[in-house]
Ligand binder design. Structure first.
Ligand code: FES
Length: 146
């Protein structure tokens, strides 16, 4: 290995070490749950958003909800105690399943990005994500799939 190739290899390795935690953090923070469907609603317990740390209840910003009968998962954002946003994780460009990173959803196919309300933040997608009405009912969310 010559000097130039050695420096290039070392630089790539260092950059990789610096960038990797950012991606790992995005994946590690995602909680997936499987939720039942009752009638036209998928039922998500509010406790799915809870995380106990040092005996204090904290709340996850989002949870990814799955069910075997659904072709794509649904990303449910907790906007506030009374307000949630439920988004179909199917890219509106060509239908690839989205990944969630914090407050945005990204498409691994061509790089489209969507906000936590489903609006397009970066193309090539032009249309917002499909969203579902969410009803907060006692200890559960009822997400209407119609
Ligand atoms: S399929 Fe998502 S950007 Fe193309």
């Amino acid at each position: 290995m010559n000097r130039k190739k050695f420096i290039r290899t070392c630089t790539a390795g260092c950059v990789g070490l610096l960038v990797a935690p950012v991606f790992l953090q995005g994946c590690a923070g995602t909680k997936y749950i499987t939720a039942p469907i009752e009638g036209s609603d998928i039922i998500v317990p509010l406790s799915a958003f809870e995380k106990v740390k040092d005996d204090v209840i904290q709340y996850l910003r989002y949870v990814v909800v799955q069910n075997d009968t659904l072709q794509f998962p649904i990303c449910v954002y907790r906007i506030s105690e009374e307000s949630y946003s439920a988004l179909w994780m199917k890219c509106t460009h060509q239908g690839t399943e989205l990944h969630v990173f914090g407050d945005k959803l990204q498409c691994p196919a061509h790089g489209s990005e969507f906000t936590k309300s489903g609006a397009v933040q970066q193309g090539p997608a032009e249309d917002p994500l499909r969203s579902f009405p969410v009803l907060v009912s006692e200890s559960v969310l009822k997400i209407n799939l119609r």
